[in-house]
Write a new protein. Structure first.
Ligand code: ATP
Ligand code: MG
Length: 140
């Protein structure tokens, strides 16, 4: 299996409850390394651009409002099969449907305030990483 990179975001519900360390522990214990990390306040335009794929969905405006309701932590994770592994660690979008032990089962508040984002393909990972980080910021 190849070593991959994926983009992770700890969402405002996670930063508000001081869960950065608890969630990072899940990643690190599963063998994912944090190669870059920054805590930022997204602007509305940035959140709209990041979630542009969802702009036709009914929840888009609420989602953008939620993503700018507080700071987020953007991070680059690396490891074997990192894209799929992170999705597995995150659990289902709706925490009520998430497998026990996953980040969303343990920490998410709702289908919207679900604590984490993770890229869903290697190609999206590449684009999402470059949305937040320059190559010089990513230290392997
Ligand atoms: P993410 O892209 O954040 O990693 P995901 O891939 O599991 O999550 P998507 O379908 O891409 O889920 O939806 C993006 C985000 O939009 C979700 O993580 C959640 O915050 C929000 N969302 C998704 N479905 C709903 C919904 N039905 N109602 C409200 N918010 C939703
Ligand atoms: Mg998604």
């Amino acid at each position: 299996m190849a070593i991959e990179r994926t983009l992770s975001i700890l969402k405002p519900d996670a930063t508000r409850r001081n869960l950065t360390g608890s969630i990072n522990k899940v990643f690190e214990e599963a063998g994912l390394s944090i190669l870059a990390q920054k805590r930022i306040q997204l602007t509305r335009a940035e959140a709209e651009a990041f979630y542009a794929v969802h702009k036709e969905r009914g929840f888009f405006n609420d989602l953008v409002g939620y993503m700018i309701s507080g700071p987020v932590v953007a991070q680059v994770l690396s490891g074997e099969n990192a894209v799929a592994k992170n999705r597995e660690l995150m659990g289902a979008t709706d925490p009520k449907k998430a497998t026990e032990g996953t980040i969303r089962a343990m920490f998410a508040e709702s289908i919207e305030a679900n604590s984490v984002h993770g890229s869903d393909s290697a190609e999206n990972a590449k684009n999402e990483i470059s949305f937040f980080f320059a190559e010089i910021d990513i230290v392997g």
